[in-house]
Each structure stands twice: as C-alpha cells, then as structure tokens.
Design a protein around this ligand. Structure first.
Ligand code: GLY
Ligand code: MN
Ligand code: MN
Length: 444
C-alpha cells in the first residue's frame, strides 16, 4: 500500500496550478541528524518534500517551475557513488530521479550553486518556507544575490517571496482516497499495538517493557517507526503530558496511560488508551475514566462537514466541567467554571489536532477570525483527558495522581465521521474483559 507515482504527480500539478504566474517553488529535503559520534538518528524525509516527490534520500532539493519548457519538475540529489553506496546504501542519482521519480530534469546537488541562480533568473516570485532551516535560508539568499549582482547585464532577480506553506499545507489537509487507505492501516496497526499492550500488562513490569510490546507490533506489521516517541506512564506518570522516560516499574493499582501510534508509509496513527495495571478499575479510576469517555464520545458526535473545528473541543469542556462538579472535584456553577476556565487545573490541553504525515499535521485551524469549517477528507484526533496532579491539595486524596486520556483518530466523511482507530477497546467493560485473561495467566 503506497502512494502511486500518478498521485505524486497530481500533487505537484495541484500545487503549480495555484502558484502565481512566473513563479518558482523551492523545497529542501531533510538532512541526516547526528545522534552521537558516528551514528545518526534514523533518517526521516521532510513531509512537505516527500508529499511532492516520494523521494526518500537526504541532501536533495525540489524545484518546481510552472510553465518551464524544458520541464517543470527539477530534482537536485546526490550523485551515484559506488564507494559511498557500498558503505551507506543505494542512491538513485540524477538519472534515477528522472526514471524512478518522474523528474523532468535532475542534477547533482553538488552543482546546485551553479544551476539554481539560472532557474531563478527571470522568475518574479519565489515560493519558499522561509525561517525553517537557517542554513538553507542563507543558500536561497545567496542564489538570489547572484542574480541581483548581474542586473547590469540585464538579469531579472525575483522581486517577491511568498509563503509556500500556505498553499502546500492546505493541499495536505484534505486526504485523498489513497491517503485514507494508508491512514486507516496506520490506525489499525496502532490499535493492534494498544491491544497487545493491554493483554501483556502485569504489575511488576517496567513501562519500557510495555513500550517494547507496542514497538514489536508496529514493526511486525510493516510500520518500523513510531510516529512520535511513545508515552507509557504508570500511576502519577500518567499526569505528565509528555512523559517519555518510560522507565518506572508498574505497580498494582496503577492506571497506565499509553499514547502511541505508528508511522505507516509516512502517515501517522495517534492513539491514547488508559487502563488499570491489574485489569480492574478502582471506583475513582472508573468514575473519572467514564467521564473522559463521555467527553470523547460527545466530541466525536459533533464531527461532521459544516461544523466548526472548535465544536468538539467545546463539547469536551462542557462534559468534563459538569462531571467534575458532580464528582466534587470542582465547586460552583458549571457555566461560571467554564467561563473562568477552572477546568484547566484538570484538563489543560486542546481536544485534538489535524493528523496526517505529521502527527501534529499541517493546515490552518482558523480562517480569518473563524474556526475552520470541517470538510470531507480532513483527519483529526479527539483526545480529551483529566489529570489530577498528585500535589493537588484542593481535592480529596482518593483522586490524586489519576491521569486519563482517551484518543482516537477521526476522518470527516460526507455526512459525519469515521473513527479510524476503533479496533482497540475503550469502555470499562471491554477493557476489563480483554485484560481478564492476564489474571488467569498469572494464576496458572
Ligand atoms: N501524541 C501526541 C499527541 O497526542 O498529540
Ligand atoms: Mn497522542
Ligand atoms: Mn494527539
């Protein structure tokens, strides 16, 4: 399951169709990042670059030149080099960039300083994501200055820089049928990993051992990397929103919050589930869990074309505030507590974000002053939570240290929405049923 060459080509055409006349777009690839001496982090191509090319090597630059007679799609990439390839792996080289990736023209990236000013010359506008890579910003300015220095010989330097993100990220926000198929699979693999974690959990394990179960399930299904660092937080650690140490021992009576999703064919899954280490929720854990679940279901209910982005968040705030008052964790009138954002002591983040090639995907949340209207093909997460700090002296002791989040990935469909991550249980009853065999295997 991959994005086809035709789809990559369609994306470039769609972008070029929206560019102003006589313009050029420049998109750099990601570079390799050193982890420590002589070792690199696993390479991950830049999402914008990959979206437009499908080319997964570092040290490359995409140039789009709408209307250019000798070809609109130009790639700069590393030259073939048998010695380097023997050590570090295959390179497509400029010829391969044309043959395999459909470039109209391709050049060695080492020659870019000589060639790119010539491509810029005579183009009035440059689309470029300024300010993201310092070093590449300087290179772009150097190329422009080469043309500026030649104006007396009749050269035409570009006069305007435009934000490429604005056009490109709006394209990425609407997922095609092929993207949805891949995201559905990313959701299924991520769900299977959460099921595996629930089924293998036992008090006494370390958090990283559950992380290993998740990682194993990703890998065996073709998703070698997580879309972000997995969060496995037991007990109080569930109240740390970005806890990734995953180093503590899981205790009987803990709740475990796992926020983990795979990256499959460059698309992210993003799921959170919270479950009891021993397979049975305590009374307080269950009360707060059911409140978060109620909020999440209320949010999913308002996801459909025509509704606004913020409506799902607002739905979670209402349910959570009302529920916290009923349980005695907040005191006062629900409306007043919403107005003063008193719920933020327990629920301090938004209910979701766009999801796609990046876990926090691109796309504007507001258009002008208005929250974005949902449309078919957008994918978002829905992830309310309640986190009672272990140090919160304002609530009864029995609630302290409980951290809960429930997160699913939701596709906006023609007349409603579809939960892409439904394969992992989320009711108290279903989670306890799934985990019931853990106890049996312990006593066996
Ligand atoms: N795992 C990142 C997030 O849920 O936003
Ligand atoms: Mn998440
Ligand atoms: Mn998320």
């Amino acid at each position: 399951m991959k994005i086809s060459k035709q789809e990559f080509s369609r994306r470039r055409k769609n972008l070029m169709a929206q560019m102003e006349p006589n313009s050029i777009a420049i998109v750099p690839a990601a570079t390799e990042q050193i982890r420590n001496r002589d070792t690199e982090y696993p390479f991950r191509q830049d999402s914008d670059f990959y979206y437009l090319t499908g080319f997964n090597e570092p040290d490359a630059v995409l140039v789009l030149l709408p209307g250019r007679r000798h070809g609109q799609y130009v790639l700069f990439c590393r030259d073939r080099d048998p010695a380097m390839e023997l050590w570090n792996g295959y390179r497509a080289g400029p010829a391969g960039a044309c043959e395999m990736y459909g470039a109209d023209d391709a050049f060695p990236v080492n020659d870019i300083d000589d060639i790119l000013p010539g491509l810029l010359e005579g183009r009035e506008r440059v689309y470029y994501a300024m300010g993201r890579h310092d070093e590449f910003d300087r290179m772009v300015m150097t190329w422009v200055n080469v043309i500026r220095s030649r104006v007396r010989t009749g050269a035409h330097p570009p006069g305007e820089f435009l934000d490429l993100d604005h056009l490109l990220h709006d394209l990425r926000l609407y997922k095609s049928a092929a993207e949805i198929r891949i995201m559905r699979k990313a959701g299924q693999i991520s769900a299977a990993a959460h099921v595996r974690a629930m089924k293998s959990c036992k008090p006494g394990m370390a958090e990283y051992q559950l992380e290993a179960e998740i990682q194993y399930e990703f890998g065996r299904n073709g998703a070698r990397y997580p879309a972000y660092n997995s969060i496995v937080g037991a007990g109080n650690n569930g109240c740390i929103l970005h806890y990734t140490e995953n180093s503590d021992i899981i205790k009987d009576g803990d709740l475990i919050l796992i926020d983990a999703g795979c990256e499959y064919e460059y698309y992210a899954g993003d799921i959170t589930r919270t479950f009891p280490a021993n397979g049975t929720f305590s009374k307080e854990q269950k009360a707060l869990y059911e409140l978060v679940l109620k909020a999440q279901l209320a949010a999913i209910k308002v996801i459909k074309p025509g509704n606004h982005w913020n409506e799902s968040h607002d739905a979670t705030v209402k349910v959570i505030t009302k529920g916290l008052v009923e349980l005695g964790l907040l005191k006062g009138s629900v409306n007043k507590l919403i107005e003063t954002e008193a719920y933020r002591d327990f629920y301090m983040h938004r209910a979701g974000h766009w999801l796609g090639m990046d876990v926090h995907d691109v796309g504007d949340y507001k258009v002008g002053n208005e929250w974005r209207v949902l449309e078919e093909g957008m994918v978002m997460t829905v992830e309310p939570g309640i986190y009672v700090s272990p140090d919160n002296k304002k609530v009864a002791k029995k609630w302290r240290g409980i951290g809960i989040r429930i997160e699913d990935d939701v596709l906006v469909t023609k007349d409603g929405c579809d939960v892409l991550t439904k394969d992992v249980p989320k009711t108290v009853k279903d989670i306890e049923a799934l985990m019931s065999h853990n106890k049996e295997s312990k006593s066996a």
